[in-house]
Every structure is written in structure tokens, then in C-alpha cells.
Design a protein around this ligand. Structure first.
Ligand code: PHE
Length: 456
């Protein structure tokens, strides 16, 4: 059987593929992580590096990853093995798939803990607990949650189960439909919040913070963080997008869909920043206050606006959904590998992979309260606790290096004619992409790494 003849499920249409891939891309990375790491890394210059990484590295690599997935039409391990064989190259490329599966599980372990916080905040909003919050009481509320290991464990378990449940049933059944309604709703609510933030009187200051590049604030570490976040936010470098590409219909244009996904993802991140920073400034909060930013700033706003409890509840529900449509893509590569290579049913495979991630997540839960530690990680990079360690290990190292390997494979290892067939672009556009994926994206990833690790 040739690669092309394998019969598998496919997304019902190009639009559905776009929605599913956007669902994977838009998640906690945009609404929770982007604003807080922008705050920690000094704003504008960081955002600029991030936007450059998205356009020069993220978009070309996303095209490559979707292309490999659609041509291989299998889980990442088998896709890499098959595509390597097709171009008479070493079967060891399958390792790339393995590392991706591992990265997905590692990310899932902390992703689901954070998603658990958002689940808790749905309740907090609905119960009217946001009303009258001040900067102090909002911080205290969030710190209080972190100090409740049992509650965190319950929330983490709940979210892990929700993820496994969907993946067990196959992604098409529920998720395709949910995404169609939820993504536009999230967008709408973010717009309302940006509108509210504009009334605080600190909107201009926030735009300055987000877009005025002050390079003196840019450290070597910030550059690496921006690079890593470009991969994280687009779900690149670990096989999730490859997996989604493997279910993509043959006639859809990879280039166009990639552009749409990247654009929506970036827009949501910037809007989240524009909704949050004015509140940070208006309430005298610290921009660099870290992972709690979303959970401290927005509740203050919801406590003040008209029908805030209602909108707050809706907003956190949407964040939970955004996280949900991302988390399923984190465990999909591992689940597909087991389903396609063992006698396990898809549902058993999904629960097994989730269980492994859940177990590690228990340690993450404890690391926020009873078990804190910090240790140095590769030169100047230090980590503060298990959450930080896993986050840096995956986003800053595994995803960019996985993406680098994908670029090298697509640009140098795979035969040019195969890439050309699969992308189906006019010559000029293909040549531009090919040049970028062979030279520009890999060179940039390598240079940013060497620079950040202090080599020059
Ligand atoms: N892109 C997701 C987000 O921004 C996270 C993610 C990373 C999902 C890698 C899948 C793979 O929240």
C-alpha cells in the first residue's frame, strides 16, 4: 500500500480544518501566557521579536508541518518514518515523532493544571465573588487557590478527564461543532473587554507598553522566550499540527489556511494584552507578576463592569473551551500512535496517555504549594519550581528544536518534488517558501539559540 492510498478519517472540509487547527493554536498560550510573559520581558521589544518569530519562523514551519502530516497521513512517528523512506533517507527520523509525543505529554501535565484554575474561575465569577475586588483582594484570592492542593488536584483531574473524554471519542464528533460557535464568541467577548479597558484611561499607556520597542529591556533570555512562545502559541514543533494535517483533505491550500490560523492566533494574543494591561496600570499592579496576571487583573474588571458576573462567567467558560480545544491536540499524537500501532482501542489509548500526563501533573500541583524548588538549567536559564522547569524545557527547548528538525527535513531531507506536489503553490511562492524553510528559519532558530545561550 502506498502512502497515498491509506484510508483514514478526514476533516469534513477546509473550514473545519481551519477551525480545528485554530482551536489548537488559540488557547492558554494566547490569553494567559502571552500577556504575562510580555509583562515579565518588558513589553514592546519582546512583542516585536515574537511577531518576527511568528512570521519568519512560525508560518513557514507551520506550512512544513501540515505538509508532512498530510503527505504521511499517519501519527508523527510513522509519518516521519514513511516520508523518510519515500525519499530514501534514514528511518531514524521517526525519533522526531517520539520526541513530539513526549513533548505533548509534558506540556499537557502543566497545561491541565492551569486550565484547572480557569475552571475554578468560572465558579468564582458565577458565584459573584468578583464583585468589589481590589488589587489586593484579587491577588489574595489567586494565592489562596494555589495554596489548596486538594482543590487544585480536583480541578486538574477534571480537566484531564474532559480532554481524554473528547479524544477518546474521536475529534470529529463533538469538537468540530463546538469550535464553530465558541471561537467567534471568545473573539466577541475579548472585543468587549478591550472596549472596557479603553475606558480606564490607561489604554494608550498599554499600547505603548505593547508596541513601543525599548531594546534595552530585551535580554538574551527574552529572545529565547519569544522564540519558544511563537512555537507554543502556534502548536508547532511537536506533531500536533502534523497530526491535524494528516486529517486534512487533499484539495485544501496549505499556505492559505496557515496564514489564516497564524493571523487569528496573533490577533487573539494581542487583544488579550490590550484587555489586560490597562487594568494592570489602572490598579497599580505589577506587569511582571507572572502566571497569575490573568487571574488577578480580569476579575477586577469583571467586578466593576455592568453585569460583570455574567460576562465574567461567560469569559472564563470560553477560556476553558479555548484550553480544551488545545489540550486535545496535545495528547492526539500519542493517542494516534497507540491506536495505529497496538491493539488498544482509541478510547483506551486516549485515557492511557492522559493518565501519564495527569500523574506528572500531580507533581506540578504540589510544586505550587508544598514542594517548591529551583535549579539552574543550561547556563543562564534558571527555573523556579517544576511548572517553570517543564514550561522552559518544552516551550523554550523541545518545540523550537523540534521545529528546526521539521524545517531541515522539509527543506533538505525530503525530495523537493514531493514538497512541491503537496504544497501545490505557484512556482514563485513555492520558491520563496523553499528558500525560507531551507535557510532563513533554521538559521534564525540556530542564531537565536546560540545568542541566548551566551555563545556570542
Ligand atoms: N497552542 C496552544 C496554546 O496556545 C498550546 C499548544 C502547544 C497546543 C503545543 C498544542 C501543542 O495554548
Amino acid at each position: 500500500m502506498t502512502i497515498k492510498e491509506s484510508t483514514r478519517e478526514q476533516w469534513s472540509s477546509r473550514l473545519i480544518f481551519i477551525l480545528a487547527a485554530t482551536g489548537s493554536a488559540v488557547g492558554l498560550g494566547n490569553i494567559w501566557k502571552f500577556p504575562y510573559i510580555t509583562g515579565e520581558n518588558g513589553g514592546g521589544a519582546f512583542v516585536l521579536v515574537y511577531l518576527l518569530c511568528i512570521s519568519l519562523i512560525g508560518i513557514p514551519i507551520m506550512m512544513a508541518e501540515i505538509m508532512l502530516g498530510r503527505r504521511g497521513r499517519r501519527n508523527p512517528v510513522d509519518t516521519m518514518r514513511l516520508l523518510a523512506a519515500e525519499s530514501q533517507r534514514s528511518p531514524r527520523w521517526a525519533w522526531l515523532g517520539w520526541i513530539g509525543i513526549l513533548a505533548g505529554i509534558l506540556i499537557m501535565s502543566f497545561y491541565s493544571v492551569i486550565a484547572g484554575w480557569t475552571v475554578d474561575y468560572v465558579y468564582e465569577a458565577a458565584a459573584g465573588h468578583f464583585v468589589g475586588l481590589t488589587a489586593e483582594t484579587a491577588s489574595a484570592k489567586f494565592k489562596g487557590l494555589l495554596n489548596e492542593p486538594w482543590q487544585l488536584l480536583f480541578l486538574h483531574s477534571l480537566f484531564s478527564f474532559m480532554t481524554a473524554f473528547v479524544v477518546a471519542r474521536g475529534v470529529k464528533a463533538g469538537l468540530e461543532k463546538a469550535v464553530v460557535i465558541l471561537m467567534p464568541a471568545l473573539f466577541l467577548l475579548l472585543t468587549i473587554l478591550v472596549g472596557y479597558a479603553a475606558t480606564t484611561g490607561y489604554f494608550m499607556q498599554s499600547l505603548d507598553f505593547l508596541f513601543k520597542a525599548d531594546f534595552s529591556k530585551l535580554t538574551a533570555n527574552s529572545i529565547l522566550t519569544a522564540l519558544g512562545h511563537a512555537f507554543f502559541t502556534l502548536s508547532l514543533g511537536m506533531g500536533a499540527i502534523m497530526m491535524y494535517g494528516s486529517y486534512m483533505p487533499n484539495n485544501a491550500s496549505i499556505a492559505k489556511t496557515t496564514l489564516i490560523i497564524a493571523l487569528m492566533d496573533t490577533l487573539v494574543a494581542l487583544m488579550a494584552g490590550m484587555a489586560m494591561f490597562p487594568l494592570v496600570f489602572a490598579n497599580g499592579l505589577e506587569v511582571g507578576s507572572g502566571p497569575g496576571l490573568l487571574f488577578i487583573t480580569l476579575p477586577i474588571a469583571f467586578g466593576e463592569i455592568f453585569a460583570g458576573s455574567f460576562f465574567g462567567t461567560l469569559f472564563f467558560i470560553l477560556v476553558v473551551f479555548a484550553a480544551w480545544t488545545s489540550s486535545i491536540s496535545l495528547i492526539e499524537p500519542g493517542t494516534a500512535y497507540l491506536t495505529e500501532n497496538t491493539r488498544l482501542k482509541r478510547s483506551t489509548a486516549a485515557y492511557l496517555i492522559s493518565f501519564i500526563a495527569w500523574l506528572l501533573g500531580v507533581a506540578v500541583v504540589l510544586s505550587f504549594n508544598t514542594w517548591s524548588f529551583s535549579f539552574p538549567f543550561a547556563g543562564t536559564v534558571k527555573t523556579d519550581g517544576l511548572f517553570d522547569l517543564l514550561d522552559i524545557l518544552t516551550s523554550t527547548f523541545m518545540l523550537p528544536l523540534g521545529g528546526l528538525a521539521i524545517a531541515i527535513f522539509a527543506g533538505w531531507v525530503m525530495r523537493t518534488e514531493f514538497a512541491f506536489q503537496e504544497l501545490n503553490l505557484p512556482n514563485k511562492w513555492f520558491n520563496n517558501w523553499y528558500f525560507t524553510i531551507r535557510w532563513i528559519s533554521p538559521a534564525l532558530v540556530i542564531l537565536l539559540f546560540l545568542h541566548s545561550l551566551g555563545v556570542f
